[in-house]
Write a protein that binds this ligand. Structure first.
Ligand code: CA2
Length: 149
């Protein structure tokens, strides 16, 4: 069975509790539940994780790559700062779709640059929690395409 690992970075555990005007009112547990339903209808195994620690995310990216699982990554603020996450993706060969709830290009200038984007398959952002669904579906669709070719 194909697996998709959904990895969430710092402060995303606060989702739904603060700054609803930017991030909405859906909690991270709600996001996990939505994706679990999607995963079961597509017969995909879902691994859903969050950490406030950069090294955990590095370990989990490597783990996903080793398992041949696709990765949906919302690296939070590490998106804009972390060479370590970029290196983890590039070095392990992880197949990553970068995700953001907000449109980072419509926000402060320091959020316009992503260390993840150049090593990701693609980026989906600005659609709130729907960004996760779209990224998940993109990885599923790519999996299907790979199976047929
Ligand atoms: O829009 C996104 O998904 C971000 O990755 C969210 C990060 C931010 O640093 C990125 O620039 C864009 C922030 C995650 C913090 O999430 C919170 C959620 C609710 C309340 C406070 C923080």
């Amino acid at each position: 069975m194909k697996a998709i690992h959904v990895l969430n970075g710092p402060n995303l555990n606060l989702l739904g509790t603060r700054e609803p005007e930017i991030y909405g009112r859906t909690t991270l547990a709600d996001v996990e539940q939505r994706l679990a339903q999607r995963a079961s209808s597509r017969e995909v195994e879902l691994v859903f994780r969050q950490s406030n620690h950069e090294g955990d995310l590095v370990d989990w990216i490597q783990e996903a790559a080793k398992a041949g699982a696709g990765v949906v990554l919302n690296a939070g603020a590490y998106t804009h700062t972390s060479v370590a996450l970029r290196d983890a993706i590039k070095g392990s060969g992880a197949q990553v779709v970068e995700v953001h709830l907000s449109n980072t290009h419509a926000r402060e200038r320091f959020r316009h640059h992503s260390h993840i984007a150049p090593v990701a398959i693609g980026t989906i952002q600005g659609f709130g929690v729907l960004s996760y669904d779209l990224a998940f579906d993109a990885l599923c669709a790519l999996g299907e395409a790979n199976k047929k070719s």
